[in-house]
Design a protein around this ligand. Structure first.
Ligand SMILES: [Zn+2]
Ligand SMILES: [Zn+2]
Length: 186
């Protein structure tokens, strides 16, 4: 599956967006205010974004929930329905661009789109390609019991189960190792 630079950026952006949501009452909101949204937009180099307001913050949090549902979708059909809704609501204007020295690629957000519509259109299309490629199952949520982070499994054999093997993966290995030792010591 060919993943272009821009698709890769859109995937990183949507994963970080989904994971900015508080998982429960004890974890912090990753996008608590407009300043945090500005920083998110800067970090992810979301282009052509104007001044941001409370309205944008609310709208971005709303689409964040809809993207989270795509990562939790049980099959391609469910994911397709959700992605279609996201993209339709955003309105799209596909056009070729080679901005900022990148190779030719397609932007989907309409000119002058709000940041929420921009993210819905371009991140939505990035996810759409996974469904088209028969790779919807690569859009995953971490299987660690106390972590439901979204991630995109780009491993060759689609074997990744945890959001970050250095934290979640290791943590589970250690827990399994301790459990085995305890059993052996019986
Ligand atoms: Zn671009
Ligand atoms: Zn995790």
């Amino acid at each position: 599956m060919l993943i272009t630079h821009d698709t890769r950026c859109a995937l990183d952006t949507v994963v970080d967006l989904v994971n900015s949501a508080p998982e429960d009452d004890t974890t912090p909101e990753g996008l608590p205010d407009v300043a945090a949204l500005k920083e998110f937009v800067r970090q992810h180099e979301v282009s052509e974004v104007g001044a941001l307001t409370e309205f944008d913050l609310t709208a971005v949090r709303r689409i964040r929930g809809r993207f989270a549902a795509v990562f939790a979708a049980p099959d391609a059909r469910a994911a397709a329905t959700l992605i279609n809704e996201l993209i339709a609501a955003a309105g799209t204007t596909p056009r070729l661009t080679d901005h900022d020295g990148y190779d030719w690629h397609v932007h989907y957000f309409a000119p002058g789109a709000s940041v929420a519509d921009h993210l819905a259109a371009d991140c939505g299309m990035a996810l759409a390609f996974f469904v088209v490629a028969g790779e919807q199952e690569r859009l995953r949520r971490c299987e660690a019991p106390d972590c439901r982070h979204a991630f995109v499994d780009l491993s060759r054999n689609r074997s990744r189960r945890y959001c970050d093997s250095r934290t979640c993966g290791n943590r589970l290995h250690v827990a399994a190792y301790r459990a085995r030792r305890k059993e052996a010591a019986g």
